[in-house]
Design a protein around this ligand. Structure first.
Ligand code: SF4
Ligand code: SF4
Length: 389
């Protein structure tokens, strides 16, 4: 059996690494560039509908938009991502803090989180390297000796006591993702909506036990290194978290808390080695945003944070392609060799990928040969009954 490689070996960090400034994400940069038109592509879909483009029918577009209903576009500290208790799960003052061993805490949090919508849950220690240095509007994120985190006009404060992190993956459906890049690819929107509800609900569960909790979506910190550190997967060539059970078809949310939790073991190794042999997403990416070749420490542009050994995607050209196609793209999710329907044959292949990496080039080749990852016909989506995938 192959060993589980420690985090520092599978995600090495150089001395030049600095906390990332959220103002440099592709979304923030494009927002500065395009202003009110940053998300104008969401309006262009109606032109595609009028032109009769497959995957952009009236129901298709409404499907995609409606999936956003529970999303929280305002992000940090708002809606269910509130840093303040919501007052839904409250213990009486005379009931003491529910304080057990870290393992016991992890057991109940994991089960509750899975019930509330997480597909997998991992635990790790707070690592300040992943916390953004500044928010997207320029407020510094700092650590202070306070009991509860808070957000003001000037700064964002995480308590020193929040030493523990819960990372959760939220499911995206294989079937609907296979229609990318059209508006039937609702799984991205639905994933964001679900993670908002799940993270907020789990945070409220923890508060009800007497502890503090800060639920986050994509805000506040880099989700991918946190998820790797919490043992949920590894970074793929496409720059996304790849998990053994669901490939890249997950969204990530996280909670910072003062409830003591154990460190989860790293995910089994083998994903990075497979990506070294497989360049399928780099070949498929219509904007050439995904690199070929080995991992590096060097960024493509200011939307990458240099100093980590990984594949750096050009998030800005990716975002530009979204404008071109008038919807989120997700081709690198659909086409990934780890994106598969559940089944014994794929489990057997994954066993070989984990344990006999010398066969990786063969499996990467057969993935193309069998036509995996091809786009489904959007004109037929509504003709078959729904089946959860
Ligand atoms: S979402 Fe599309 S454009 Fe962006 S990296 Fe993936 S394949 Fe390329
Ligand atoms: S398509 Fe291949 S190279 Fe790209 S992330 Fe998936 S497994 Fe890795």
């Amino acid at each position: 059996m192959r060993r589980r490689i420690p985090f520092d070996e599978c995600y090495p960090i150089g001395d030049e690494y600095r906390r990332f400034d959220e103002r440099n994400t592709a979304f923030s940069i494009k927002r500065q560039k395009y202003g009110a038109d940053t998300f104008s592509y969401t309006k262009k879909v109606w032109d595609k509908m009028r032109a009769g483009a497959p995957g952009f029918s009236h129901p298709d577009i409404s499907f995609k938009n409606a999936a956003n209903t529970s999303d929280n576009n305002d992000g940090m500290g708002t809606g269910y991502y509130s840093w303040e208790p919501l007052g839904v799960s409250v213990k009486p003052d005379d009931v003491p803090l529910w304080e057990k061993t870290p393992k016991e805490h992890a057991k109940v949090v994991k089960k509750a989180a899975q019930y509330f919508g997480a597909v997998d849950v991992g635990f790790t220690k707070m690592d300040e390297r992943w916390i953004y240095s500044h928010t997207s509007d320029g407020r510094p994120i700092v650590f202070e000796e306070v009991e509860q985190g808070y957000i003001t006009e000037e700064k964002v404060v995480i308590p020193e006591s929040h030493e523990y992190v819960i990372a959760m993956t939220i499911p995206m459906e294989f079937n609907e993702n296979s229609y990318a890049p059209t508006t039937i690819e609702v799984t991205s929107n639905m994933g964001y909506a679900r993670m908002h509800v799940t993270a907020g609900t789990v945070a409220e569960f923890i508060r009800g036990l007497g502890w503090n909790a800060i639920p986050c979506g994509n805000d506040t910190a880099l989700s991918v290194p946190i998820a790797i550190q919490a043992g949920l997967g590894h970074t793929g060539r496409n720059g996304r978290l790849i998990t053994w059970d669901n490939g890249p078809l997950v969204r990530i949310c996280k909670i910072f808390t003062d409830m003591p939790l154990p460190q989860s073991p790293p995910a089994p190794s083998g994903i990075i080695e497979f990506c070294e042999a497989c360049e399928k997403c780099a070949k498929l990416c219509p904007s050439q945003s995904i690199p070929f070749g080995p991992r590096t420490y060097d960024p493509v542009n200011e939307s990458n944070n240099p100093g980590a050994l990984k594949w750096y995607c050009d998030e800005q050209s990716c975002f530009d392609y979204w404008h071109e196609v008038a919807t989120g793209c997700s081709i690198c999710f659909r086409g990934c060799s780890f994106t598969k329907k559940k089944g014994l044959s794929h489990d057997i292949v994954k066993w070989f990928v984990r344990n006999v990496p010398v066969l990786n080039p063969f499996f990467a080749w057969t993935d193309d040969l069998f036509g995996y990852g091809e786009m489904s016909d959007p004109r037929k989506y509504w003709d078959t009954p729904f089946k959860r995938s």
